[in-house]
Design a protein around this ligand. Sequence first.
Ligand code: UDP
Length: 460
Amino acid sequence: MEKKERGSRVTHVLLLPYPSQGHINPILQFAKRLVSKGIKATLATTLFITKSLQPQESLVTIESISDGYDVGGFMEAKGIEAYLERFETVGSQTLAELIEKLNVSGHPINCLVYDAFLPWALDVAKGFNLPGAAFFTQACAVDVIYYHAHKRKLSDPVAILTVPMPGLPSLEVLDLPSFFAVPGSYPAYMELLLNQFSNLEKADWVLINTFDKLEIEVVNWMDGLFPVKTIGPTLPSMYLDKRIKGENAYDINLWKPDNGTCMKWLDSRAIGSVVYMSFGSMAALGAEQMEELAWGLKGSNNYFLWVVRDTEKEKLPSKFVEETREKGLLLNWSPQLEVLAHKAVGIFFTHGGWNSTLEALSLGVPLVAMPQWTDQPTNAKYVEDVWRVGVRVKVNEKGIVSRDEVELRIKEVMEGEKREELKRNASKWKELAKEAVDEGGSTDKNIDEFVAAILSKESI
Ligand code: UDP
């Protein structure tokens, strides 16, 4: 691999994700792509994460900053407001210290790629006269909804729907990110999402984990406002273009996956016969909802693999495990990519987090979307009506997805008349995702242009 060098110096990019699974995965993966293009990449995670996970350094060097909660991370804070406030203060300072340290280490930083959730990082970069690239880990469509809300200072769901939003399909309240649809539900998160745009005009690039063909209209619209580059989907190369040798997994897992048991179990199942169910790293469902899911799964009479973290297991109905021993396997954390890529998996019953959605699209797996909060309702809208790769569950008057509904939706996607169309569309998106990251594809070209632009800024 040719290193991009100026004199004896290697071009060095520092990347800063928000410290959660759904943000570390795409930013670390993007870092690996940069390394494959001859760039040196360093990922800055919080001390809590580096201490508790001791991530192995592979293609990307890992360094620490502090969010001010070195012992317990987010769980140590008295809530999201306190966490974000302290992260900004302590994070700005420790990020600056890290850049200073790296600058005298013989590998000075040439660019900061920062999570759009952390706009203060751009101010730190500018303090060192460094170019900064905002990295959006959510869909472009979702980013644009927040952009309109930020610009017009709107949070009311009805008001936001009256704003013309070019590039987006026609939306209803329930398709909006949950912070609009349930006003006042999480004001600090809403502020965090709107703040992504607070200083974005100062960013040198806006990188989005999507690919052109997936969201072309809205990408084009946003590109008219900001220097947008689509750089996704950020799955390990092995699952897409296979051009980066040995690049086959997300390297940092906040929970330990039980790969052996799970893959062996899948190996002994027939093609397309398993329902894979997971609600990502953050969702914690209520006991009543867990019970409905459990009996709905059982009622569908399919084999199933369900990720229920140990802390959630007490919410399962008491006889469930016993009664479904022949049919199902519960996991604390799964090797999700390996699972989705396995031929035994027929559908992905998911909360529709953006990474999970992109993974299913990239691996050609039809979906049942059961959005919980944040961007998930908008992702579900696209899954059902725009990409047409799955269905969205209906919620009853109590706010619960009933066991009958769970069973019905699983059967609809597993064996209903829609199945062939959903599978065809899923295969189409799988091909297009691969095409985007493969040599000469839109994402590949954008990453090349990004690398070339950093080099040219350096030479100024
Ligand atoms: N994931 C995993 N094992 C699991 C559940 C999730 O590896 O058992 C990974 C998944 O592949 C994805 C990430 O965790 O990359 C979750 O991100 P997403 O945006 O889907 O949801 P979030 O956790 O942010 O709600």
